[in-house]
Design a protein around this ligand. Structure first.
Ligand code: ADP
Ligand code: GLC
Length: 493
């Protein structure tokens, strides 16, 4: 099959979170199964143009009643080559993408022209296919920035496109996070070039605003999200972010497929970023990683202290209010009351970064690095004993799967993909692969960390057995890629 992935992020080119990992790893897995997979994304400044080749000529992209011009660059997705190479294409447009930041910068977190940037991007997708003479069987869009691609396909390209080249192209839209929908003033709608009838029939309308994701969810042939449990949860009000009705309306066209992890990158047996690789048969490299990690964070090097790691965006979704809320959070009492070491790598909301800096200066056993650091995130996965993810909601979550692969036991809330991937500890039998709690409260986090620390000191044999069990779990992409293929095959444009 010819499959085109349209997305705003893909590793190693542009990344703010798990979306980037998922888009590239799924593409590579599908290519390994013998499919012709290509990826299209904007050329932000973070994508180094010197490493790309420029296609001859330019794209004319019809938007807002006029036309904008774009250059196109290309490169192979690292991790693929030869016949199975995944080609990535980059849409360049100085006015829209020639800046630092993918969706924003700290002083302008959501660029004011984001609606127009991504309308332009979604229209450019079709012009790109025409230019390279390659019409996909499946157009697979990811999250709100690409959600208008299936809308243009259904309401523009299939009925109106020159020679209807896209008449047989099916579409799939994947929700990686319902918390981000792309809701903007409908003043931007003219830029799509479509009529007001489509504003209503495609499902753009949202309390008199324009909702990108909602239009995509109504218009794509099939939709899915990144874990079966999140697909169930989002059909209900509490997790549906006001789109639960739209999701229920899609019935069986809406499913959940668990993400995998890229076992080429996230694998303790061949991780380049840790001092010594390790496996279930020889865990000595894990002890080495713990030592290196404690040194790196300036914590006492002590093998007997349980180390709890976190790598996270500092935003409400991740439960950081319950941990670091200045008056409400439990991080201070956790570190004050328990014999443990807590360490964190993350960036995000300013209040949270400030609170974390303050806390780590007051507590001897809490250290944090504010920033984004790929290499350090690997060392944290390998060197920690436990990994904390108290998410408010979690469509899939990759870090808990990385943790399991590295024999680092996740402490997670019973939600979304966390519930699909982590099995709770049974202190009678020693079964399980992690520690799971239900309510998102500072107390529940306190108590569950307390439980894990108790097990560390009093049920060490269980902890060691859980580690090995966790490392046996298979989260490779191949299984999930096959499920996507089933969806692709069921699409009848
Ligand atoms: P989300 O996409 O909601 O942030 P995921 O768990 O799916 O959550 O994916 C997060 C990804 O981003 C992981 O690959 C994680 O290692 C990475 N990540 C997040 N914050 C940082 C950071 N500060 N430094 C390095 N990697 C980070
Ligand atoms: C989103 C979600 C996360 C998921 C990732 C990749 O960023 O927040 O749970 O793992 O997308 O699908």
């Amino acid at each position: 099959m010819k499959i085109l992935m349209a997305a705003s992020e893909a590793v190693p080119f542009a990344k703010t979170g798990g979306l980037a990992d998922a888009v590239s790893a799924l593409s590579l897995a599908l290519a390994r199964l013998g499919h012709d997979v290509r990826v299209v994304l904007p050329r932000y400044y973070c994508v180094d143009r010197d490493k790309l080749a420029r296609l001859e000529g330019e794209l004319g992209v019809p938007v807002g009643g006029g036309e904008e011009w774009s250059a196109v660059y290309t490169a192979d997705l690292p991790g693929s080559s030869g016949k199975q190479a995944v080609k990535a294409y980059f849409i360049e447009h100085e006015k829209f993408f020639g800046r630092d930041g993918i969706y924003g910068i700290p002083s302008e977190p959501d660029f004011l022209d984001n609606p127009r940037r991504f309308i332009f991007f979604c229209r450019a997708v079709f012009q790109l296919c025409r230019k390279i003479g390659w019409i996909p069987d499946i157009l697979h869009a990811h999250d709100w920035p690409a959600a208008l691609a299936p809308v243009f396909l259904k309401f523009w390209e299939r009925p109106l496109g020159q020679n209807a080249e896209f008449g047989k192209t099916g579409s799939v839209l994947t929700i990686h996070n319902l918390g981000y929908q792309g809701i903007y003033s409908k003043d931007n709608y003219y830029y799509t070039g479509m009529g007001w009838d489509v504003f209503y029939s495609a499902g753009f309308e949202d309390w008199d605003m324009m909702n990108f994701l909602k239009a995509g969810l109504y218009s794509a042939d099939k939709i899915n999200t990144v874990s079966p449990n999140y697909a169930r949860e989002t059909r209900m009000g509490a997790y549906g972010f006001r789109l639960d009705g739209a999701l229920r309306y899609r019935g069986d066209d809406y499913t959940g497929i668990l993400n995998g992890i890229d076992t080429g990158l996230w694998n303790p047996r061949k991780d380049k970023f840790i001092p010594r690789p390790y496996s279930a048969a020889d865990m000595s490299g894990k002890a080495k990683a713990k030592e290196a990690l404690q040194k790196e964070f300036g914590l006492p090097v002590d093998p007997s202290a349980p180390v709890i790691g976190m790598v996270t965006r500092l935003t409400e979704q991740k439960g950081v209010g319950e941990l670091f809320g200045p008056a409400y959070g439990s991080a201070f009492s956790i570190c004050r009351d328990m014999k443990l070491q807590l360490l964190l790598l993350g960036t995000g909301e300013a209040w949270c970064e400030n609170e974390i800096k303050g806390l780590s200066s007051r507590l001897g056993n809490f250290k944090a690095k504010i920033g984004y650091d790929e290499k350090l995130s690997h060392l944290i996965e390998a060197g920690s004993d436990f990994f904390l993810m108290p998410s408010r909601y979690e469509p899939c979550g990759l870090n808990q799967m990385y943790s399991l692969a590295y024999g680092t036991l996740p402490i997670v809330r019973n939600t979304g993909g966390l519930a699909d991937t982590v099995e709770n500890f049974d202190q009678e039998t020693g079964a399980g692969t992690g520690f799971v709690f239900d309510d998102l409260t500072p107390n529940a986090i306190y108590n569950t960390i307390g439980w894990a620390v108790w097990a560390w000191y009093n049920r060490r044999e269980h902890i060691e057995a859980m580690r090995l069990r966790a490392m046996e779990r298979d989260f490779s992409w191949e299984k999930s890629a096959r499920k996507y293929l089933e969806i692709y095959e069921s699409v009848k444009p």
